[in-house]
Design a protein around this ligand. Structure first.
Ligand code: ZN
Length: 140
């Protein structure tokens, strides 16, 4: 049985990380939303980075806009070196949190800030666990 890259991240030893990756396995991104000011963030911080309020767990719709990106042409990791060039983007989710992940389905030379993207969760163990694609794209 093959397991996805997201399933491989489940260690059973880190409730914060395991909760995030379990959501990815289920096809969603888990965020923390401040119960006081509503700020959303991805990192498993014990309190809101804006107001120190208590966070609650929420699921993102997985849609957002490309905030910035890099095109990787040289990778030190052997497996990643076989995948160059590839794009890693900072995606500003509609909930307001930013997440870094692979961006595919757009020619790197044609990338623009604010392009609409949505999260996909490849089941292939050799693919990144979270890949953002153009919002209108039908494929992962
Ligand atoms: Zn807050």
């Amino acid at each position: 049985m093959t397991i996805s890259a997201a399933q491989a991240q489940l260690t059973g030893t880190d409730p914060d990380a395991d909760g995030f990756w379990a959501a990815v396995v289920g096809g969603a991104l888990q965020l923390r939303r401040c119960t006081r000011c509503g700020t959303c963030f991805v990192l498993p911080l014990p309190s809101c980075p804006e107001c120190a309020g208590d966070p609650e767990l929420v699921l993102s719709e997985g849609r957002g806009s490309l905030y910035t990106w890099v095109v990787v042409h040289h990778a030190f990791d052997e497996e990643l070196a076989r995948q160059v060039p590839y794009v890693v983007g900072a995606v500003e989710l509609d909930e307001g949190a930013r997440i870094f992940a692979r961006v595919e389905g757009i020619d790197p030379a044609a990338l623009e800030a604010d392009v609409r993207v949505r999260a996909t969760y490849p089941a292939d163990p050799d693919r990144p666990p979270i890949v953002f694609v153009p919002e209108e794209s039908a494929s992962a």
